[in-house]
Design a protein around this ligand. Structure first.
Ligand code: NAD
Length: 433
């Protein structure tokens, strides 16, 4: 059995087992249980630590452009305020579920603790299909969602940010809606805002930059050179495209890229600048002339040195983990690997840099944005990037050394480190009962 003790191994699974494997909350809970047990945290505290503080479900009435009234479901799960206000993204998508938001909210608590920033974790989502919504409809959904959760958010309570299918514009509408209700402009109530509205320099690139920083640290461990390191990236949204651009500029050889419609592969390296131009014009990676067409499933299994899933959850599972050929897996997306897949990758000595470390660059610069908004003084980009590097490199070393010291893989090490920090804060505060 591998390091998570979660079983797996690619045998035949029942439908229930398969659903359990794909559940983001179950994945988080499985890893939490292994880590908390190793830390010998008592049972009552374990239950408290893995349970969210609050789950908010809202139903959002929105007038469509056609005049029809539709009602959208929305969620905000606040997992922990033990170390500071809640922090976490809001995602829009047709298949968003409460289970997924609950799991991702807890992951945010652990992520903030891994990089040692003073936040707890939260996550939000609205079940809607942004591809089939006009800008006006998106704005009305965003404003009503914000109004419905207004009593529970704010700079001292819970600070939302962008995630899948949400962006700077949506954060600007959230900030404005919050500000209209409290009667003054409160830029620190959300992060990931446009630069002209209290956003931080370097925030747009931050998650991709963090991905590159941890990849750089892995390269140092293996004595590899960037220009001989072949990289494949699944997902070409905020995280994937920024990671591709920055890593390409730094000398890495990007050989595969995909988005939801499929991907392209070129073993000689993809011209990223040309691809960015193609995607701007065509809204998708496919159709780009500088590589062969490849499916989203196949791209994960190509021979490469560094694989970066930067799209969505549960893409590396017990079904395909044995065919992953990368030596290093950098999890740009949240929860892209399931616990049974962890075990398979561990047995095959893949060096996994887990999501709560690998994609923590985003929340780290969100923290900087919150600090800058509150002090009303904005940093130069060089300072943002330098401070980000300092935090991410320190967290990488903390996790890897913790894993070596305790004889666990990087994922369990990251969970142990984070849970230990949150449990320590709780111990200092005491539990108000
Ligand atoms: P995004 O909406 O900007 O981009 C998502 C990309 O993934 C798009 O290219 C989309 O086409 C592609 N995609 C979606 N579903 C796919 C599928 N099934 N197969 C292949 N490609 C698919 O989102 P993002 O902000 O880049 O977030 C990507 C991931 O990174 C998510 O898991 C998110 O939670 C995580 N993340 C984002 C940030 C951030 O700062 N944006 C920070 C930390 C973690």
């Amino acid at each position: 059995m591998g390091a998570t003790g979660a079983g797996g191994g690619g045998g035949t699974m029942s439908v229930a087992e398969s659903q359990k494997e794909l559940s983001v909350y179950e994945s988080m809970a499985t890893r939490f249980d292994v880590a908390a047990k190793k830390l010998e945290i008592d049972e009552g505290l374990q239950t408290y630590l893995r349970t969210p503080n609050r789950e908010i479900i809202v139903h959002i009435p929105v007038a469509r452009d056609s005049g029809r009234l539709d009602v959208f479901d929305g969620f905000r799960v606040q997992h922990s305020i033990a170390r500071g206000p809640c922090k976490g993204g809001v995602r829009y998508g047709p298949r968003v579920t409460l289970d997924e938001i609950r799991g991702l909210a807890a992951e945010m608590t652990w992520k903030c603790a891994v990089v040692n920033i003073p936040f707890g974790g939260a996550k939000g989502g609205v079940v809607c299909d942004p591809e089939h919504l006009s800008q006006g409809e998106l704005e009305r959904i965003t404003r009503r969602y914000t109004a419905e959760i207004l009593d529970y958010i704010g700079p001292e309570r819970d600070v939302p940010a962008p995630d899948m299918n949400t962006n700077e514009q949506i954060m600007a509408w959230m900030m404005d809606t919050y500000s209209m209700h409290v009667r003054h402009t409160v830029t620190a109530c959300v992060t990931g805002k446009p630069l002209d509205l209290g956003g931080s320099r370097g925030r747009r690139e931050a998650t991709g930059r963090g991905v590159m920083l941890v990849a750089d640290e892995a390269l140092k461990r293996f004595g590899w050179q960037r220009n001989h390191t072949r990289v494949i990236i699944q997902g070409f949204g905020n995280v994937g495209s920024q990671a591709a651009r920055l890593m390409n500029d730094a000398g890495y050889k990007i050989i595969g890229i995909s988005d939801i419609n499929g991907g392209i592969f070129n073993s000689n390296g993809i011209d990223i600048t040309a691809l960015l131009g193609h995607v701007k014009a065509n809204k998708m990676v496919q159709g780009f002339a500088g590589g062969e067409t490849i499916s989203n499933e196949d791209i994960l299994e190509q021979d490469c040195d560094v694989l970066i899933p930067a799209a969505t959850e549960s893409v590396i599972t017990s079904r395909n983990a044995a065919r992953i050929k990368a030596r290093v897996l950098v999890e740009g997306a949240n929860s892209p690997t399931t616990p049974p897949a962890d075990d398979i990758l561990f047995d095959r000595s893949v060096f996994v840099i887990p999501d709560i470390l690998a994609n923590a660059g985003g929340v780290t610069v969100s923290y900087f944005e919150w600090v800058q908004d509150r002090e009303g003084y904005f940093w130069l980009e060089g300072m943002v990037n330098e401070r980000l590097k300092h935090i991410i490199v320190a967290a990488f070393n903390d996790v890897v050394h913790y894993g070596e010291k305790h004889g666990v893989n990087n994922r369990i090490a990251a969970y142990m480190l984070a849970i230990d920090r949150v449990a320590f804060s709780l111990k200092l505060r005491g539990i108000y009962a």
